[in-house]
Design a protein around this ligand. Sequence first.
Ligand code: CAA
Length: 285
Amino acid sequence: MARDIQQVGVVGLGTMGAGIVEVFARSGLSVVAVEKDDEAVARGRGHLEGSTGRAVARGKITEADQQQLLDRVHFGTDVGALAEVDLVVEAVPEHLDLKRAIFGELDKVCKPETILASNTSSLSITEIAVATGRPGKVVGMHFFNPAPVMKLVEVIRSVVTEQDVVDDVEALVQKLGKVDVTVGDRAGFIANALLFGYLNHAVSLYESNYASREDIDAAMKLGCGLPMGPLALLDLIGLDTAYEILDTMYAQSRDRLHAPRPVFKQMITAGLLGRKSGKGFYTYD
Ligand code: CAA
């Protein structure tokens, strides 16, 4: 029988981490949410308050529901607060050294049976796992943006992940009202391995002035029935995150399809990161 996971932790409260906190808290779980400093904690808290506030404004939840949800989340900067949780999801930026350092720290503070999960989009779960003394309890738990809306969670098992751990995480995903797919440890897993070649190709059309951004997006949205066009989707994902994912996949596959188009670096250098910085391929209020 799957273990009953009641208390969870989330490390990193950017777009994905804050969204994952919301998913857990909406399902009635108690969440310890950790960031590196007070400013980052305030941003994460603001994200959660804003998102649940919009749900109140749309009549999806009441103000009392929102308050109960917020009360279930305990914010802070101390990783030590994760000592008693059953599972931690790490959602910090896509840098292997940073993730390995955090997993090393989590391994020291969390009880031995705690499952340590990474929300990485493309980095190796195996390389993260071996930074701990419990590689069998390390797994990938990959949510999609926006986490409160997208139904899928990819569960990534390394060659040493214990089957019980995979079973427990799959059961948790279902408890969250989401759908799990299980996949081995290969850059991009399933969805990003298929999606990012397409997104990179769209950027190449844009870069060569082959068509306007609006027409590229309209073609895929209206011609192919996708919820949004590729350039609008890149703005949602964040150009820095998309670049890291492509770069990791390219390093592993050496497939030119995944070689990040030059305009990514130029836009990132200019601070055009997409929605999170107010400007990417499009401008946001
Ligand atoms: N946080 C929380 N809820 C959100 C949200 C957000 N950021 N954005 C939208 N929503 C909610 C809205 O509140 C609304 O909820 P209700 O139906 O309960 O009222 C619902 O989503 C629909 O929103 P809208 O009506 O405002 O807009 P929409 O119908 O155009 O949908 C969208 C917006 C869900 C983003 C949709 O355009 C979509 O599905 N886009 C594709 C997203 C996608 O492909 N994501 C995967 C990216 S790849 C990835 O994430 C992997 C990775 O590793 C980078």
